[in-house]
Design a protein around this ligand. Structure first.
Ligand code: BG6
Length: 534
């Protein structure tokens, strides 16, 4: 038998957490637990990714019985899981794994009870010795919980071969100094490889596909640099306002809530060099180098170079929407930004001189997250002048959500005797190409953490490098009240200043309109584009 006989690759086994484990959720009575964490855990359990011996312990300040917590979670699972409504037998099997403890986050007695509860569960064979602690509390409670985990001994693995890990929700720190203080607190109790800083953008299918697109294809990388790329646009637009999160958001704002984390990840994944392997640290090493190469926007220029704005009353999707200051939990004189647009540069060999235009806002006309790679125009010597041109440069649009996919704009000749050119959009859509739906980002990230894979989590130096870029902007703008804050009507694409930011460079914001499955069946034409949105 020849040694090089072809063997079909083995189907990758559906990952399953190998050993018994216990998820401990701090902030168990909150919205995140109900809407995201438990529905995702339920889906993972239903799909067989969790071991037979696993349980969830909820810990929060609110007094509640096990049964009241379970009832609340059942409603959350019905509304937010992929499974949807759950039949009684399946729920009973799942719910017996859920227990709730009331306690405060800095009370040694509460953590002693938690420890005993975990031990009793393990002795009875219900709970596993491996522990995944999830910080789903308001950010102010992160440090006390971490300290209590350290002091109670729970941060240390429970015996040889067992593990103890910590998932920290964003925001990781309120500013650079706070992030550093929190990092110190974490280091006192946990080693870096025990810590999983979650940013749910890293669990999104198309975000993960960025690495595949760039490094599993030979045609993109040779063009992916300052020689061929004119500029890059990143848009994270939301239709919703702050909803019920006004109190949290008013202390945060778009720079902290979206730019410092989600957008910095998108920029670093688009701009990074090829990693030497797919190991978590190899990828994160390259991502952090991008952040370290960001040209600082000094505090004294921030007010001129960064557009910050807040939504005023307007109309979204035909319905009246209140202004930000009229949202529940928001101060009447709030100077918190709900929109940011800025231009950044990455001072390295690949990207020298290429502007990256970023914009994000709440209460935009549509929800869309998209990265646009705008290539340089061809020399306008052949088709550049009328009647053929001017030619529209090539664009590669990576749609993160919704209707995720990739669109490439290129020029084609219109059929006929005359030589007429038109831009055409080649359109790949996940939903049309694959039957399987994508798991929710939280589902994927929870499973990764339980498996010990930190690739899709943020390392501490990444967090710090992102803060180092954002902090001078905050310093230059905050404290100046409305002086450095424009207004835009809800349902618009932000203030005029955001258009000016890019127009002054002779460019314009652009998003593609992707074809949906329903359009395809109706025979609607290919994807197109819009100066602003789909
Ligand atoms: C969260 C922000 O991290 O991301 C929210 O705190 C924002 O303000 C949300 O609405 C957006 O997430 P997604 O997945 O809807 O783009």
């Amino acid at each position: 038998m020849p040694t090089n006989a072809h063997k079909p690759p083995a189907e990758p086994a559906s990952p399953r957490v190998p050993g018994p484990f216990t998820l401990v959720v701090f902030g168990a009575s909150g919205d995140l637990t109900r809407r995201k964490i438990l529905p995702s855990i339920f889906d993972l359990w239903r799909d067989g990714h969790l071991p037979p011996r696993f349980g969830v312990v909820g810990y929060a300040r609110t007094p509640m019985s096990d049964d009241a917590w379970r009832d609340d979670l059942r409603r959350g699972v019905a509304a937010f899981s992929r499974a949807g409504a759950v039949d009684d037998a399946a729920w009973a099997d799942f719910a017996r794994r859920l227990t709730y403890l009331q306690g405060s986050y800095d009370d040694p007695a509460g953590f002693r009870r938690l420890r005993e509860h975990l031990k009793a569960g393990a002795d009875a064979g219900r709970l596993g010795p491996n522990r995944l602690f999830y910080l789903a509390t308001p950010p102010g409670a992160f440090a006390p919980v971490i300290r209590s985990l350290g002091e109670s001994g729970l941060a240390v693995p429970d015996g040889a071969g067992a593990w103890s890990r910590l998932i920290v929700e964003k925001p990781f720190g309120h500013d650079l100094a706070d992030a550093r203080a929190l990092a110190k607190e974490v280091r006192r109790a946990f080693a870096e490889d025990q810590v999983f800083r979650i940013d749910h953008y890293l669990g999104k299918e198309t975000v993960q596909n960025l690495l595949v697109l760039r490094f599993a294809n030979s045609i993109f990388d040779p063009l992916w640099n300052q020689k061929y790329v004119d500029h890059v646009q990143v848009t994270v637009a939301e239709r919703d306002g702050v909803g019920a999160r006004g109190r949290y958001y008013d202390r945060s704002g778009a720079l902290r809530d979206i730019v410092q984390n989600h957008m910095m990840h998108l920029v670093s994944l688009v701009a990074m060099e090829p990693p030497v392997s797919l190991e978590a640290d190899a990828i994160r090493d390259e991502k952090v180098k991008v952040l370290q190469a960001l040209r600082p926007i000094p505090a004294d220029c921030a007010a001129d170079r960064v557009v910050r704005a807040q939504y005023a009353a307007g109309t979204v999707g035909g319905e009246a929407a209140p202004g930000y200051r009229d949202e529940p939990g928001v101060a009447d004189d709030s100077a918190t930004e709900t929109f940011v647009a800025l231009k950044l540069f990455i001072d390295n060999w690949r990207w020298a001189g290429v502007p990256f235009y970023l914009r994000t806002g709440k209460r935009m006309p549509v929800r869309i997250t998209e990265i646009g790679i705008h290539f340089k125009p061809v020399p306008q010597v052949l088709f550049g002048a009328p009647p053929y041109g001017p030619l529209r440069p090539n664009v590669l649009a990576i749609r993160i959500q919704p209707n995720d996919g990739i669109v490439m704009r290129f020029q084609v000749k219109v059929p006929g005797a005359a030589l007429r050119l038109e831009p055409y959009h080649m359109d790949f859509g996940y939903a049309e190409a694959f039957r399987e739906g994508s798991p929710d980002a939280y589902e994927r990230l929870l499973l990764d953490a339980a498996l010990g894979d930190s690739t899709r989590f943020t390392r501490s130096d990444e967090v710090e490098a992102a803060w180092e870029f954002v902090q001078p902007i905050l310093d230059g703008c905050e404290g100046r009240g409305g002086a450095c804050l424009a207004a835009y009507p809800a349902g618009s694409w932000g203030p005029e200043a955001a258009d000016r930011l890019i127009r002054d460079d002779g460019r314009g914001w652009m998003l593609v309109r992707r074809r949906r499955r329903s359009d395809v069946s109706r025979g609607a034409s290919a994807a197109g584009e819009n100066a602003h949105g789909p």
